[in-house]
Design a binder for this molecule. Sequence first.
Ligand code: ADP
Length: 225
Amino acid sequence: MNDFALDLRGIAKAYNKGRPSEVAVLRGASLAVKPGEVVALVAPSGAGKSTLLHIAGLLDTPDDGAVRHGGRDMVGLSDRDRTEARREDVGFIYQFHHLLPEFTALENIVIPQLANGQSEARAQARAKDLLARVGVAERAGHRPAALSGGEQQRVAFCRALANAPRLLLADEPTGNLDPATSDQVFSALMSLVRDTGLAALIATHNMDLAARMDRIVRLEQGRVV
Ligand code: ADP
């Protein structure tokens, strides 16, 4: 057992295994994130950041290596247990918001909570609280198309935190925003993460944003350096 929210050891992953087009993306990558710690994952495009985040978040399985959440082995779980662990442990944020277009901002944060067994009243209260924390409470009744890019992404942050995960994984969370908006939206994300004390691994190209996190790790040649 250990106290890391996320512990990756010796992760290997290749695509197109056994074919001439085989590409070894991760070659023994190791990385651990403590509760409350925010870690920047920095690497050029194509280096394997998304692959590592998908493995960390149980969306993909490694060819080799160990994945632990809160000290618990995740690789050996059944598909069903892994899906449940993902739903309970992990919040994801992507470069594009992926909000459900036919639902309001509030509903987009309520729905995952209902799916997780929360009551409607409590889900609504939590959604409103999260939206207020990122400064978009007054936009709660709008559908995504009526929100600015920065507002959409703030709502996506709230949705990722809707079920109070212990681990937040973000892949270029402000990558499609202009620099000024990116800066503000990133500040909102950081205060949300700090308020909730969760562990976060945030992939970014942006060194200014990376410098605002607790620690920077780089992915080079399939390893974390
Ligand atoms: P990053 O997020 O750092 O841009 P990715 O993890 O998306 O990197 O991709 C790493 C490498 O793996 C790239 O060369 C990419 O083309 C390749 N790759 C990613 N997913 C697949 C896949 N499903 N099949 C084959 N190759 C893939």
